[in-house]
Design a protein. Structure first.
Length: 474
């Protein structure tokens, strides 16, 4: 059925659709044959490949449904403006429908989103506002707060995908029935990431209505509230949350599997190379969970994993070796930064740090006790996400500050801290560390996307000394 008003000559008898909107849905289901062989999976593991939607993601479905519903209710008037906080894909879907129906779009994103996603939305003629990710949801700078302000200032319609009931409804109407038809009603497991929860809830509702025994499994980033975390920052985009959206229906779920950033990203690269299907980080997360499910499934089972988008939006990150190495996801060589840390005094904790509200006197005491000269300033408690590092304190800078004003000793660290230490991956080359230490007093070492330790010039010298001693002994 066409979603666009008919115009011009009749297209009867042709295969020409009325508009790009009519290409939304009817995405293919493809068996993951190579992954199944490599992983020893006996059941049928198949991917619902949402990349063939015109916007390249599953978000085209709810974007269309939410706009159609807003038009029907009168919330969205001809020539109106749409404002939405989005990690990119929902924005693209909204922009496509808006272009066809004459609306303006303003999208609000966090600064953890890949830059090509921002450029993509701008390519559709949308305005993009970028906000910091490392703030609380009720902070005036958070992308939720900014979106709310812009909605009021512009008198705009906000689809509010996290609370709009037409988000999951889109998947009840389309994705669920497609999966049921494509598997001839034989689907036994459905695995998908949970973000707004629209796709997993909508598909889950439909499949459970057709067969209550179908297992619905949510894949979730480590740290997200859905799998019991606090919602603290993680790097995978578009999934997980720090609150429970309106579409969150845990009673539909048979299991929730937490997947790390590292496993998500490496699985995305694995699938892209093994299957020739370029998927993003959230797709990698879902496949990682689906592999675990499929390995426990029966030979006659059909496990379907929901791939929301393409890896083309992540070329500067997940598929960039330098980015992956800098965050400690890849190992570039045998003798790398990790080897330097291994030679260090075992009595020193891997990551010494101070919280922003600790006093300068406490930071100095920690430095003296442990014989270190720099400390990163991190929010919360370990394990940290890289985004939770807010700065650093250095003994030389503290000495100068205290000399000018002894009262600094009783000041919170966040009042006197300097910028963050430069980062280096645990698997990157020692040569790079030496080059960086020419201009920086210390480096923050990342492993699996998380801060692991502080690396100093003294550490590197000790490493070379240990290497020399080992050579002499041999």
């Amino acid at each position: 059925m066409s979603h666009s008003p008919a115009s011009g000559p009749s297209l009867e008898g042709t295969e020409i659709v009325d508009s790009v909107i009519d290409l939304i849905g009817s995405t293919p289901l493809v068996r993951m044959k190579r992954i199944s062989e490599l992983e020893g999976i006996e059941c049928t593991l198949a991917m619902k490949h949402e990349v063939t939607n015109p916007g390249g993601s599953s978000k085209d479905r709810p974007a269309l449904e939410m706009i159609l519903a807003a038009e029907a209710s009168g919330e969205l008037q001809p020539g109106g403006t749409i404002v939405e906080p989005t990690s990119g894909n929902t924005g693209v879907g909204l922009a496509i429908v808006a272009a066809q129906r004459g609306y303006k779009c303003v999208f609000v994103m966090t600064d953890k989103v890949a830059p090509e996603k921002i450029d993509l939305l701008k390519a559709y003629g949308a305005e993009v506002v970028v906000c910091p990710v490392a703030v609380e949801p009720d902070d005036p700078q958070s992308y939720y707060s900014v979106a709310e302000r812009l909605t009021n200032e512009l008198g705009a319609f906000r689809p509010n995908q996290y609370h709009n009931p037409h988000n999951p409804t889109a998947h009840v109407k389309t994705t669920g029935p497609e999966l049921w038809r494509q598997t001839a009603g034989r689907i036994t497991h459905f695995v998908a990431g949970a973000g707004t929860c629209g796709s997993i809830t909508g598909v889950g509702r439909y499949l459970k209505s057709m067969n209550p025994d179908v297992k619905i499994i949510a894949a979730d980033p480590e740290g997200s509230v859905f799998s019991g975390g606090s919602g603290r920052p993680y790097l995978v985009e578009g999934v997980g949350e720090d609150f429970f959206p309106a579409a969150w229906e845990p009673e539909l779920l048979d299991d929730i599997i937490a997947i790390s950033d590292e496993e998500s990203f490496k699985t995305a690269r694995y699938v892209s190379e093994a299957e020739g299907i370029l998927i993003g980080g959230s797709g990698g997360m879902a496949v990682a969970a689906a592999i675990k499910v499929a390995k426990q499934a029966k030979p006659d089972d059909i496990v379907v994993v929901f791939n929301p988008d393409s890896g083309r939006g992540y070329l500067s990150r997940i598929f960039n070796d330098d980015w992956m190495a800098n965050f400690g996801f890849l190992v570039e060589c045998d003798q790398c930064v990790g080897a330097v840390l291994d030679t260090r005094n075992a009595s020193i904790e891997n990551l010494l740090y101070v919280n922003p509200d600790q006093l300068v006197s406490e930071a100095i005491s920690m430095m003296r006790t442990n014989g270190v000269s720099q400390l990163p300033v991190c929010k919360n408690t370990p394990p940290f996400a890289a985004a939770e590092v807010s700065g650093a304190v250095d003994e030389l800078e503290l000495m100068e500050a205290i000399h000018r004003d002894p009262g600094v000793m009783s000041t919170p660290v966040e009042k006197v801290m300097g910028p963050k230490l430069p980062t280096i991956g645990v698997g990157q080359k020692v040569e790079l560390a030496i080059e960086m230490l020419e201009t920086a007093p210390a480096l923050l070492v990342l492993s699996g996307g998380r801060p692991l330790s502080v690396l100093t010039r003294t550490d590197v010298l000790a490493y070379f000394g240990a290497v020399a001693d080992a050579a002499v002994e041999s």
